[in-house]
Design a protein around this ligand. Structure first.
Ligand SMILES: Nc1ncnc2c1ncn2[C@@H]1O[C@H](COP(=O)(O)OP(=O)(O)O)[C@@H](O)[C@H]1O
Ligand SMILES: [Mg+2]
Length: 277
């Protein structure tokens, strides 16, 4: 960020179109308030296929809200969300639902069914495109789906654990299962909200490294909220920093400066300072 508080863009200014070549996700002017308090204040964000974007910013700056709006877990008050060049409206119409199935969210708390096998948990990623009966009786997962899920598990290095109850795996392994489930969903955009905040440093590095590899090798568009700038610098292509619900930093990961970080995380102190005035 510049001393005057302007967005520090290190890349050339982005082209104005929402659906330029390779743009998987384009968010324009996204607004969201809760109980009259503005959380997203005209957020602009673009994510390309094959790109791994790290999303940084102080607690409460709106990172989760932004991702939740994209996948349809929150309804924005304003702005536009384009997925592969098509507008994903707030309405629950079939086209928006189909577009949103191209996006998968990975959370800090891994939502696996702990007693079910690792493979069944990965198969569950496909439920959105299967007839309803499969969600009631997962034993009926078709053979082709089980093969596809096995290939997804293999991609995250866990094929050998397919038959075990998911709850028996370590935290890092469970997060990799959640990523395999996103692959089995055939998502082309993966949004990971603090995927490694509960993991030890070695597991965290492995999971973030896996997300980066998937972006590059499978041309997925991946955005991950991270709280460790070192992981962002090591693995991400680009870093976007949010401050007060807007983009304050947009830079190649290697160009992220200490001044950028100080500006982004200084926000954590602001309410306390104001209270003392
Ligand atoms: N469903 C909600 N109802 C009311 N306030 C919310 C809700 N979701 C988020 N907020 C508030 O919006 C702000 C931004 O939250 P969030 O997007 O989770 O921030 P971040 O992920 O950057 O830490 C916070 O102050 C949070 O308390
Ligand atoms: Mg959050």
């Amino acid at each position: 960020m510049t001393p005057t508080g302007e967005v520090r863009h290190v890349e050339p200014p982005a082209a104005p179109s929402m659906d330029g070549a390779g743009v998987a996700l384009a968010v324009r002017g996204l607004r969201k308030s809760f109980a009259g308090r503005t959380v997203l204040d005209g957020l602009d964000l673009r994510l390309r296929s094959g790109e791994f974007l790290a999303l940084l910013g102080a607690n409460g700056c709106g990172k989760s809200t932004a991702l939740r709006c994209v996948v349809g877990l929150e309804t924005p008050d304003g702005g536009m969300i384009h997925i592969h060049g098509r507008e994903a409206g707030a309405a629950r119409d079939a086209e928006s639902a189909r577009l949103r199935r191209r996006t998968a969210m990975v959370f800090q708390q891994v939502h696996l069914v702990r007693r079910r096998s690792v493979l069944d948990n990965v198969c569950a990623g496909a439920l959105g495109r299967l007839p309803l009966r499969h969600s009631l009786t997962p034993l009926l997962f078709p053979r082709e789906l089980r093969e596809e899920a096995m290939a997804c598990l293999d991609r995250v290095g866990l094929a050998a654990r397919a038959a075990e109850p998911a709850g028996r795996l370590s935290g890092g392994q469970q997060q990799r299962v959640a990523i395999a489930r996103a692959l089995c969903q055939r998502a082309s955009i993966v949004l990971a909200d603090e995927p490694v905040s509960a993991l030890d440093p070695v597991a965290a590095d492995q999971v973030v490294g896996l997300l980066a590899e998937l972006a590059r090798e499978q041309r997925l568009a991946v955005a991950a909220v991270l709280h460790q700038p070192s992981l962002a610098r090591r693995h991400a292509d680009r870093v976007v920093g949010l401050l007060d619900g807007r983009v304050a930093v947009d830079a190649p990961a290697g160009a992220l400066t200490e001044a950028d970080l100080a500006a982004l995380y200084a926000a954590d102190r602001r309410p306390a300072e104001q209270e003392h005035r």
